[in-house]
Design a protein around this ligand. Structure first.
Ligand code: PLP
Length: 449
C-alpha cells in the first residue's frame, strides 16, 4: 500500500476530534487509521500492512472484502435494503433455515439481533419467561457483552465499573486445567470437581430461583479455555436435573472458529439456546441471534415474546449470512480450519512452547489458540498480573509492539497472546505469522527465568 500522509492526517483528526471509542480513556489512545484490507491483511495510510491474527475482534472469519459477501450485500442493496421485522423476507427466512439446518436436531427457530450482547440479553429473556425464574449463573473469566444484562453476566474486569450490576446474576468457576481453581492434576479430575462446584453453586443459590446457566462453549477473550472432556455433557445433566435452561454463548466460537458450525458439536452436549454473532457474516453488517430449541420456541407459540428490535433480521446482514453459508460449503472452510489447526498451528505452538522460557501453556483448537506467558514455568507466575494496565502490562505490550513492527496484528489479553486469524488465511501467511510470534517472544523471555 502506498503512503498517503494527508489522508492519514485527515482520518486521524476527525477520529481524535469526534469519535468516542469503546472501553477507552479517550485522551490516552491513538487509533491506527486503516486505509483498506483484503483477505487476512489490512493496511494503514503510512505504507504498512498487517497480517490480521486477531480477525479484528475475532469476527472476520472470511477475511476482509470477501468478494462473495461484498457481492451479496451489493445485490441485496439494489433489491431491498431494509424491511421491518414483522414482515416476512426471503433472505431472512433463508438464513434462519440454513442456521437451523446446521444447529443440533430440534432447533428450528432463530431470533435475529444486532450483535452478541443483545443475543445474550434475549436468550436470558427467553429462559426467564419459560422458567418463571430470574437468576442466571455465569462463569468468572467470561465475556458476554456490554449491555446491562450481558455485562452483569460477564465474569471479567469490564463488569466492575458497571456495578452494581443486575443482582440476579451469580458467578461460578469453570474448568481451567492450567490454573485449576480446584487444584486438579488431570482433565478428568478438573471435570469432576468443576461439576461438583457448579452443582453446589446451584444448590446454594437455590435451584428454584435459577432460570439459566450461560457458558461460552470455548471461553474466548478470557483465555481460549477448551472445556475438558465430559464437562459440558455434565452441565447438560445438571441443567436437566434442576430444570435450568442451558445457554451456549457461541458469539466468538460459532461459525467455524474451531472447525465446527457450532462449537458445541465438538463436545457431545446439546444446550437449550445457542447465541451467535460475529462469524455468521464476518461482521460485514451487524448481526447476531439466538437459535432456539423446540420446547422453548413452543412456549412462545401462543404467548407473545416480550422483546424485539427494529433491525431484527436486517436483509443486508442476512444476505451476507447466506453468502457465508455458500462460501463455507463451497470452499470446505470447516475441514480447512481443522486441518490447519492440527497440522500447522498446534505442532508449531508446541515447538514455540518448548523453546521459550516465557511460554507456560499453549492450548486451543481449530484456528483459535492462546499462548499463556509466565515469568517462571515452575511457579506459573503470570508474565503480567491479572487485569494489568500501564507499566504493569508493559512486557506483553512490548511483545505486541514487536509483532506489529514485523507486520503482524496480534490479539493480546492480560498475560496471553491469542492466535485467531481469518479462516481463509493462506498456509504460507499462517506459517509466517507464527514465525513472527516466535521471534517476538524473545522480548517476553527477557522477563522469564
Ligand atoms: N459473547 C462473547 C463470547 C463475545 O466474545 C462477545 C464479543 O466479543 C460478545 C458476547 C458480545 O458481542 P457484541 O460485541 O457483538 O455485543
Amino acid at each position: 500500500a502506498a503512503a498517503d500522509p494527508s489522508a492519514d492526517a485527515a482520518v486521524r483528526a476527525d477520529d481524535r476530534g469526534h469519535v468516542f471509542h469503546s472501553w477507552s480513556a479517550q485522551a490516552l489512545i491513538d487509533p491506527l487509521p486503516v486505509a483498506g484490507g483484503k483477505g487476512a491483511t489490512f493496511w494503514d495510510y503510512a505504507g504498512n500492512s498487517y497480517l490480521d491474527f486477531s480477525s479484528q475482534l475475532v469476527n472476520l472469519n472470511l477475511g476482509h472484502q470477501h468478494s462473495d459477501l461484498v457481492e451479496a450485500i451489493r445485490r441485496q442493496a439494489s433489491r431491498l435494503t431494509t424491511i421491518q421485522p414483522s414482515l416476512a423476507n426471503d433472505v431472512r427466512g433463508e438464513l434462519a433455515r440454513r442456521i437451523s439446518q446446521v444447529a443440533p436436531d430440534g432447533f428450528e427457530k432463530v431470533f435475529f439481533t444486532n450483535g452478541g450482547a443483545d443475543a445474550n440479553e434475549n436468550a436470558v429473556r427467553m429462559a426467564r419467561a419459560c422458567t418463571g425464574r430470574r437468576k442466571v449463573l455465569a462463569m468468572y473469566r467470561s465475556y458476554h457483552g456490554s449491555t446491562s444484562t450481558a455485562i452483569s453476566l460477564t465474569g471479567d474486569p469490564r463488569r466492575w465499573a458497571n456495578e452494581p450490576s443486575d443482582g440476579s446474576v451469580a458467578h461460578f468457576f469453570g474448568p481451567y486445567p492450567y490454573r485449576s481453581p480446584f487444584h486438579s492434576t488431570t482433565p478428568e479430575e478438573e471435570t469432576a470437581r468443576a461439576l461438583e462446584h457448579l452443582e453446589q453453586t446451584i444448590v446454594l443459590e437455590g435451584a428454584s430461583t435459577i432460570a439459566a446457566v450461560i457458558i461460552e462453549t470455548v471461553v474466548g477473550t478470557n483465555g481460549v479455555l477448551v472445556p475438558p472432556p465430559g464437562y459440558l455433557p455434565g452441565v447438560r445433566e445438571l441443567c436437566d436435573r434442576y430444570g435450568i435452561v442451558y445457554i451456549a454463548d457461541e458469539v466468538m466460537v460459532g461459525f467455524g472458529r474451531i472447525g465446527e458450525w457450532f462449537a458445541i458439536d465438538a463436545f457431545n452436549a446439546v444446550p437449550d439456546l445457542i447465541t451467535f454473532a460475529k462469524g455468521v457474516n464476518s461482521g460485514y453488517v451487524p448481526l447476531g441471534g439466538v437459535v432456539i430449541s423446540d420446547p422453548i420456541a413452543a412456549h412462545f407459540d401462543t404467548v407473545p415474546f416480550p422483546g424485539g428490535l427494529t433491525y431484527s433480521g436486517h436483509p443486508l446482514a442476512c444476505a451476507a449470512g447466506v453468502a457465508t453459508f455458500e462460501v463455507f460449503e463451497r470452499d470446505g472452510i470447516l475441514d480447512r480450519v481443522r486441518d490447519l489447526g492440527s497440522r500447522v498451528v498446534e505442532p508449531r505452538l508446541q515447538e514455540i512452547a518448548r523453546r521459550h522460557p516465557s511460554v507456560g501453556d499453549v492450548r486451543g483448537r481449530g484456528l483459535f489458540w492462546a499462548i499463556e506467558l509466565v515469568r517462571d514455568q515452575e511457579t506459573r507466575e503470570p508474565l503480567v498480573p491479572f487485569n494489568a494496565s500501564g507499566p504493569d502490562a508493559a512486557p506483553v505490550a512490548a511483545v505486541a509492539a514487536e509483532c506489529r513492527k514485523s507486520g503482524l496484528w496480534p490479539f493480546t489479553h492480560f498475560n496471553r497472546v491469542h492466535v485467531a486469524p481469518p479462516l481463509v488465511i493462506s498456509e504460507d501467511d499462517l506459517i509466517r505469522g507464527l514465525d513472527v510470534i516466535d521471534h517476538a517472544l524473545r522480548v517476553a523471555d527477557e522477563h522469564a527465568s
